[in-house]
Design a protein around this ligand. Sequence first.
Ligand SMILES: NC(=O)c1ccc[n+]([C@@H]2O[C@H](COP(=O)([O-])OP(=O)(O)OC[C@H]3O[C@@H](n4cnc5c(N)ncnc54)[C@H](OP(=O)(O)O)[C@@H]3O)[C@@H](O)[C@H]2O)c1
Length: 286
Amino acid sequence: MKTIAGTMRWGTWGANLDDSGFAKMITGCLELGIDTFDNADIYGGHTTETGFGGGWRAAGVDRSEIKIITKCGIKMQSDIFPYSIKQYDTTFEYIESSVNRSLRELQTDYIDQVLIHRPSPLMDMEDLAHTFKEIEGSGKVRSFGVSNFTPYQIDILAELYPLAANQIEISVVNHNAFTDDSLILSAANGLEIQAWSPLAGGALWSANSTSEQNRIDRLQKVADRYEWALDQMAYLFLFHHHIGIRPVTGTSKLNRIETVINCEQQQITDQQWFEIYEASRGHEVA
Ligand SMILES: NC(=O)c1ccc[n+]([C@@H]2O[C@H](COP(=O)([O-])OP(=O)(O)OC[C@H]3O[C@@H](n4cnc5c(N)ncnc54)[C@H](OP(=O)(O)O)[C@@H]3O)[C@@H](O)[C@H]2O)c1
């Protein structure tokens, strides 16, 4: 199953689920065939990992049934961590302490994959590769990857450490990854592509400006032409790429997660892909 269930909106940044709500989502995803869950230390102001940890325990699933991704590297102010400024930190000390906290909150003795959430302007690639090797060697983390790195940063870091994944924003609204070499350089270096905000964070249904509304209207016309729902069309747009993009869903509604699962089995043509692309951009390709 390509689809990954994202938890960013399951806790206090969205649905405000309690442990039993997390448990229902986890069990429901597993029943649909999704076994991989995307977390981050900062979600819910450093509380969502705690909810997920309580949730999978309450669900009574075996640890081997689920794969846990989490992210670190952003020092974000919250009630739990009242930092004086938001900043990035990719030092060994910080990443190690963050991984240790995630292990505790997620109630697990290993994490399947840890991603560096954002590239720091101050990061030292050699240090970062060393950090990954040390922590992977300890058995606490099974693989490392990156998120929101530039294609060039990925290319350099992948030379120093076998990165497993690249999590970037890709959708019918934010499609730069198709043309900025992110996909090709990630694939060439053996990284899988995970697409965050595959429905543009809900922007397919709510516009903040006339131009955004015009884009929704154009996309809706294509969707109507083929009798697709908008979310269905957005997922089909991602699944069509031969590299094998893995969408990280944002919904906290199981019926909406079912939509993406169904899309994994559906095909569109190159022409239909370009119709969606043109509708999003508002003009044909050059
Ligand atoms: N690496 C990073 O920097 C990064 C950044 C952001 C997110 N992420 C990851 O990516 C995941 C997904 O991001 P996202 O939450 O922005 O994803 P998304 O799927 O693009 O957006 C989710 C939003 O769209 C709404 N939605 C979904 N289907 C809908 C429909 N049919 N009609 C109307 N609204 C609909 C959802 O509401 P309902 O809940 O009501 O369905 C939710 O508010 C996150 O959980 C997180 O794991 C990573």
